[in-house]
Design a protein around this ligand. Structure first.
Ligand SMILES: Nc1ncnc2c1ncn2[C@@H]1O[C@H](COP(=O)(O)OP(=O)(O)OP(=O)(O)O)[C@@H](O)[C@H]1O
Ligand SMILES: [Mg+2]
Length: 409
């Protein structure tokens, strides 16, 4: 008996030591302080409940007593994030209290973070009452991460709260086009660059890259690895016409081959054509026949492109329908919402209205809400490398080894 007690005591002491050394004590604290924290954040719900006491003679109603309901954490200790010796936080399944919604808890994320002396609290909604809460005592988004290793047929332009890269197929049944949008300086070009870095490193005979860069400076470093980079509207129209003709040819080829669409992973037999557009608003703002043609071509390319293996990666400061036609924006499945000044901007980018709490989280350059069909809304930060890395990669994968700059279409 004594021996058993000694073993139990040693195991408990060992467990506590490990928890103390690896930051697990924070999870113990979160669990033990949970009720107090919820009350101090105003998330306790008080409700009347009838007592079992039967009304006596002369009493009309049963007396009631006040019951307190609190949001509940499901897992006992939560799931730790980060490696054993450098834990960054923990995630828990959370249930809102009766009569409360997960969105109400999400609105208080900042207050919960401050009560727990944490850097960031993220609340994901699974259903009105069910969700996930991530409590971070070290914010994984503050440290930039370099581009991930390339994977054939996949792209991983960003990393999640766990610090791990998010791997997505280059194309899927919903399409592989991207719209990256947000306020100036929010990190659009960093996202585009991370996506381009993945495409550039795909086998050379499986992809053709075309760029449109009216600002002239963003895609410049990539030009050697691109088939062509247009720097004015005339060249841009030429490239879009080429892509449109390519789609028609592709459908003829697919018909002859008896296929409904190209394989979801690019192959030498069915290479993909990728159009990278930096600053849609610069390309499409204004009036005139040329702008109308550009808008028409872009909309057609995006609607017909997926099955033909033509994808678009576009950045825009303001994708409102007066500048970017909603027909084009609606056909783009993958949306990246960076920092925006108002919720209306966020709505025009995502196509639906996020909550204020969701957009308030976008505090760092490159940190975005990622809306990919078939997946939950993610908070993710783009990977980032300086322009020299782009120059080096473009030289390594150059298709114009002798050219120093962009080629016109
Ligand atoms: N993921 C990231 N990691 C680290 N730093 C980043 C990241 N994304 C952006 N930045 C920083 O933010 C700066 C602005 O980013 P970027 O040029 O991508 O913004 P932008 O939205 O394209 O701006 P503009 O509207 O002027 O084109 C970059 O120079 C870089 O220093
Ligand atoms: Mg930019």
């Amino acid at each position: 008996m004594t021996a058993l007690l000694a073993i139990a005591a040693t195991a408990a002491a060992g467990w506590l030591t490990i928890q103390a050394a690896t930051g697990g004590w924070r999870r113990i604290l979160i669990r033990s302080e949970w009720a107090t924290i919820m009350r101090s954040c105003g998330l306790a719900q008080r409700r009347d409940r009838e007592t079992t006491h039967k009304p006596g003679a002369g009493e009309k109603t049963s007396p009631t007593k006040q019951i307190e309901h609190l949001p509940r954490l499901w897992a006992l200790w939560g799931r730790p994030l980060g490696p054993l010796t450098a834990r960054t936080g923990a995630t828990y399944r959370i249930w809102a209290a009766k009569g409360q919604t997960i969105d109400e808890i999400a609105k208080k994320a900042e207050v919960i973070a401050s009560s727990l002396h944490c850097q960031r609290v993220i609340v994901d909604r699974y259903s009105p009452r069910r969700g996930r809460i991530t409590i971070l005592w070290k914010d994984p988004f503050t440290i930039p991460k370099p581009w991930a290793q390339p994977i054939h047929g996949s792209t991983s332009p960003c990393f999640e709260v766990t610090g791990r890269p998010l791997v997505l197929p280059l194309n899927d049944n919903n399409g592989g086009s991207w719209l990256v949008a947000g306020a100036p300086g929010g990190g659009k070009s960093a996202w585009i660059t991370a996506l381009v870095a993945d495409w550039v490193r795909q086998p050379g005979d499986t992809r053709w890259l075309y760029g449109i860069d009216i600002k002239r400076v963003e895609l410049g470093p990539w030009a050697p690895a691109f088939q062509a980079v247009a720097r004015d509207r005339n060249d841009a129209t030429e490239i879009l016409k080429r892509a449109r003709a390519f789609i028609d040819q592709r459908y003829t080829d697919l018909e002859q081959a008896g296929l409904h669409g190209v394989p979801l992973i690019p192959t030498p037999e069915w290479p993909y054509l990728v159009l990278v557009i930096e600053e849609l608003s610069a390309l499409l703002s204004g009036e005139g026949e040329q702008v109308a043609t550009l808008k028409q071509l872009l909309a057609e390319i995006d609607e017909l492109g997926r099955a033909a293996g033509v994808l678009v990666i576009a950045a825009s400061q303001k994708p409102t329908s007066d500048i970017v036609p909603s027909r084009f924006a609606n056909a783009i499945p993958r949306r990246v919402l960076l920092r925006v000044p108002t919720i209306e901007h966020a709505k025009s980018i995502l196509g639906w209205t996020p909550t204020q709490a969701e957009i308030d989280q976008l505090t760092t350059h490159g940190l975005a809400l990622l809306d990919v069909p078939g997946r939950r809304l993610h908070l993710a930060r783009s990977t980032y490398e300086p322009v020299q890395s782009a120059v080096a990669l473009a030289a390594q994968y150059a298709i114009h080894p002798t050219s120093t700059g962009a080629r016109a279409a």
